[in-house]
Design a binder for this molecule. Structure first.
Ligand code: GLN
Ligand code: ZN
Length: 765
């Protein structure tokens, strides 16, 4: 008999009760004992749900009070020194301190979990002596057993992945760290074995990236040690997000199961299985239900895949699994009441995916006939979706493929545009600007809420927005900024705002997913052909421009960012979706230009996020991502200045692609890695307009003038002053009004000082 298994279940709850409990605790409204009680109830109800659905391998210890990497770190006593913690059990104050910072100690850095939008807390090894503070998987296992009589499968981040994601050590020290951490893992495993635990899921997603031969050796050390230390504990060595490298070595490890992603790594993993076979002494964790997408599994295709697999692996050795943890999808599609029927019928969030696992497991054990009606129903759902008008805009298909076949090139190269634009815009040396948004004050948020509820008419709301624009245009002039923005007061989220105005997008009511800590996001779903339906930003931008003689920059979200921050359809490629978005945005760019806007910024903060995990796939992605940006921006006049903006990612290995985008000006956030970035520009000449953020926007602190001059000077050691712009790191929507004004005043002063200096030094005419 085949079995089913889940790699992790969303923590947040259908009503985000997890988030609410955490936030109530942080604000002091909920005591610690009540927090424990509430979370326990949530946790147990999730286990109960999976059992009721009929899942065989149900994960425990996938739950967390914040993040599973932080849990792992804390369990091993990896607590940054600045929290000066001594003792055995780590209290919640320290746990949350690491995640969110305290009065005395800064939070640890967080970063994206592989290529997902989930952020984990980066453990810091520096100066730490690892000790086992508690056996979390054991506690979780016992809880499920005692309360529900359920034999859970504990989940644990594996040692190789854990260490690779830690910081605070040199690459050459990894083996010595491994030898320090390994005994702690062994202790955890031994205690589980003694308890009578049957299976543990050890996650090693690092194997789906580009591990080295040395890593494979380390893997052998680790899993041989485990096999020798806890021989009766069965290990499912779990990988996900991509196919594994070194397949033959990995399936040769002394473990009892190997979990492979057969959705996101299908091509590579399936051909490895077919080519090299699969060992007969192991279970295959076949990750066939997509843990990252929101669509129903195309059952017939999945069934065919299973038949192919069962040629190589005996049915009783297959565990049908989610491709990764369900952490990355919303909880249930049942409660969506406002979506078009054809779309709603085609959605499967976490709970619906549990059903799918069970259906396929049944089929595998009992044969196709057992699920004949499910197959027929699934065929119907897909047929309806395929035929829906929203997916069959032949006008869009033709136009976009014609555009994609062209080169997407501005009428003149940058060197020529630069001269023409300098002539036209007459900007001072080192021009000052901002990234787009200004503070979304309580007043702004309240007005928008009232308008959404119908308590404020369109007319009054429009008036309110214009008032805000007036205030900020006046303020920007008074501060002496050179290129102004309208402030984005009418926008909440930079994708949602545009998605709501374009065809092809849908918005769920409850489709929340955890992004970091208690912070959840509700990504839109791109389910149809994306099409322009009319101007989106022209009114506000043109209004702002009518109130000043200085240039006002139009402000759009770029095609790749819109795609990467959405759930997308799977019947066409991401490249095609990006081009559809690009074509729609091009029409907005052109509309802005026609309305007299001569500078247009197309933000692409999320380009890096779409970067494939495997190095070999990256060039191709970057090529079409850049092309999408160019499609959106290439049809304007040579005098029109195209800006772009990127932030909070590593740019240094992307500089060539950034050049290729061919923007006239780019602004980059630098607070993360100013020094490194400057170094990258030492190695790569960049000869287009560029502004490296001169202050971090994450703090209410007002940056002193000298500090910003320091940043400018350092940047100008490697960048041409004639091409350099002065701007903050990112948008200012989360900041207060007063501090924003004060910071920008200092920034303008810093620019003035720098101008004097560089003119005087004869650097510039
Ligand atoms: N224009 C946007 C803003 O200023 C850019 C936001 C971003 O980079 N994430 O808010
Ligand atoms: Zn930004």
């Amino acid at each position: 008999m085949a079995k089913s298994g889940v790699l992790g279940y969303p923590r947040i709850g259908a009503d985000r009760e997890w988030k609410k409990a955490l936030e109530a605790f942080w604000s002091g409204k909920l005591g610690e004992p009540e927090l424990h009680l509430q979370l326990r109830e949530i946790r147990l109800s999730h286990l109960q749900k999976q059992r009721e659905k009929g899942i065989d391998f149900i994960p425990v210890n996938d739950f967390s009070y914040y993040d599973h990497m932080l849990d792992t770190a804390v369990m091993f006593g990896v607590i940054p020194k600045r929290f000066s913690f001594e003792g055995e059990k780590v209290p919640l104050s320290v746990y949350y301190g690491i995640a969110r910072g305290t009065e005395h100690a800064a939070a640890s850095e967080m970063t994206k979990w592989f290529n997902t939008n989930y952020h984990y807390i980066v453990p810091e090894l520096e100066g730490v002596r690892p000790v086992l503070t508690e056996n979390k998987p054991l506690i979780a296992y016992r809880e499920a057993k005692a309360n529900l009589g359920l034999e859970g499968r504990p989940v644990l981040v594996g040692p190789l992945t854990f260490l690779k994601l830690c910081k605070g050590y040199e690459a050459s020290e990894i083996d010595s760290w491994l030898s320090r951490i390994l005994p702690l893992y062994v202790q955890v495993l031994r205690e589980l074995e003694e308890e009578g635990v049957q299976w543990i899921q050890i996650d090693e997603p690092i194997l789906a990236t580009n591990p080295t031969e040395a890593d494979v050796r380390r893997l052998y050390t680790v899993y041989e040690t485990f096999a020798a230390s806890a021989p009766n504990l069965n290990i499912m060595l779990q990988t996900y997000f991509e196919s594994v490298e070194y397949y033959r070595d990995i399936v040769g490890l002394p473990v009892k199961g190997i979990g492979l992603d057969l959705v996101h790594g299908l091509g590579g993993n399936l051909s490895s299985i077919k080519q090299w076979g699969f060992p007969e002494d192991k279970l295959l964790g076949a990750g066939i239900i997509d843990g990252r997408g929101v669509w129903k599994a195309p059952l017939r295709k999945k069934w065919e895949l299973l038949q192919e697999l069962s040629q190589v692996v005996a049915v009783e050795r297959i565990v049908l699994q989610t491709s990764c943890s369900l952490l990355h999808v919303p909880v249930t599609a049942k409660r969506e009441t406002k979506l078009p029927a054809e779309l709603k019928d085609a959605l499967a969030f976490a709970d619906e995916k549990l059903d799918e696992l069970v259906v396929l497991t049944t089929a595998l054990s009992q044969g196709e006939a057992a699920i004949a009606d499910k197959l027929a129903e699934n065929d119907r759902v897909y047929r309806t979706l395929e035929r829906s008008g929203g997916r069959n805009r032949t006008d869009i298909h033709q136009r976009v493929s014609a555009i994609a076949a062209q080169k997407a090139q501005r009428s003149r190269p940058f060197e020529e545009r630069q001269l023409i634009q300098r002539q036209k815009w007459q900007l001072p040396l080192l021009p000052t600007t901002t990234i787009g948004s200004f503070p979304q004050s309580a007043e702004v948020r309240k007005a928008r809420q009232m308008w959404r509820k119908g308590e404020l008419s369109d007319g009054r709301y429009g008036e309110f927005i214009r008032e805000q624009i007036d205030i900020w245009i006046r303020l920007q002039e008074e501060l002496g900024l050179d290129v102004l923005v309208h402030g984005e007061f009418e926008r909440t989220d930079m994708v949602e705002f545009f998605g709501e105005k374009l065809a092809g997008f849908a918005f769920t009511q409850n489709g929340w997913v955890q992004s970091y800590g208690s912070r959840c996001v509700k990504p839109p779903i791109i389910y149809g052909d994306v099409a322009y339906t009319g101007a989106m930003t022209v009114e506000e931008t043109a209004y702002a421009q009518s109130r000043t003689d200085r240039p006002v920059k139009g402000m759009l979200t770029g095609p790749v960012t819109m795609m990467n921050w959405s759930f997308v359809r799977e019947d066409i490629t991401r490249e095609q979706i990006a081009y559809q978005l690009a074509y729609a945005l091009r029409q907005e760019v052109e509309a802005l230009e026609r309305a007299g806007i001569g500078m247009i910024q197309v933000d692409e903060p999320a380009v890096r996020e779409g970067l494939p995990l495997k190095r070999s796939d990256r060039a191709k992605y970057l090529e079409w991502a850049v092309k999408a940006f160019r499609i959106a921006t290439c049809t304007v006049k040579e005098t029109t200045q195209i800006h772009t903006h990127m932030c909070y990612c590593d740019f240094h290995d992307m500089i060539d692609s950034i050049k290729e985008m061919d923007a006239d000006v780019i602004s980059l956030e630098t607070s993360r890695s100013h020094g490194e970035l400057i170094h990258s520009f030492e190695l790569n000449t960049y000869r287009q307009g560029i502004g490296l953020g001169v202050y971090d926007i994450h703090s209410p602190r007002i940056p002193p003038v000298e500090e910003m001059n320091g940043m400018i000077d350092r940047a100008l050691r490697v960048l041409d002053p004639k091409l350099f712009w002065i701007n903050p790191d990112c948008g200012l929507k989360t900041r207060g009004i007063e501090e924003t004004a004060a910071s920008l005043r200092n920034m303008v002063e810093a620019a003035r000082i720098a101008r004097e200096k560089y003119k005087a030094s004869g650097h510039i005419s």
